[in-house]
Design a protein around this ligand. Sequence first.
Ligand code: GRF
Length: 211
Amino acid sequence: MKNIVILISGRGSNMEAIVRAGIPGARICAVLSNRADAAGLVFAREHGIETGVIDHRQYPTREAFDDALRQEIDRYATDLVVLAGFMRILTPGFTRHYEGRMLNIHPSLLPAFTGLHTHQRAIDAGCKLAGCTVHFVTAELDHGPIVAQAAVPVLANDDEASLAARVLAEEHRLYPQVIGWFAADRLVWHDGRVNLNQDAGASAALISPRA
Ligand code: GRF
């Protein structure tokens, strides 16, 4: 059984999808937030999951905040940290501590469109495909090894909201699937890349995996 702690800052719909998925081999120990008003905390509490708030405004430096967060996470003998809309830039010391055991979901097909406003930027660039990426977290924002991606079409009449909704539906499917792979020890590192164990055919391009 893998102990999992999920970090959120707001709505928490990805966290909700992960909890609702009931992933075999994964125990959701806690949902932590840097914001007391994160809507997702309500869902977590209603589902009997421990919650915690570590308010970044109470700490003088990023390092001090990350230290407090790390202590809270490590209380659960955590095997995997799941960033799900956690809107803080993390220090290199923090990302190093969780190397190979911290995932993030980003709403673009990385390495395109790191950072914010990904959907509008994909529309503005005339992209015909958009999507989401689950990757391991490294010190460089939105740059860690890619585990899986899901792609959706960008339609001619899309605006930011309609594209975001189409991508989000894929996020809710993809993230629990990847966490399931982690829980089943199916993610294999090779030369700084991540492949899927016992499923060699799926490793090259995990576009909309249905495994
Ligand atoms: C998602 O689009 C995710 O890809 C990004 O932040 C958003 C979080 O949404 N990192 P939610 O809080 O999971 O609903």
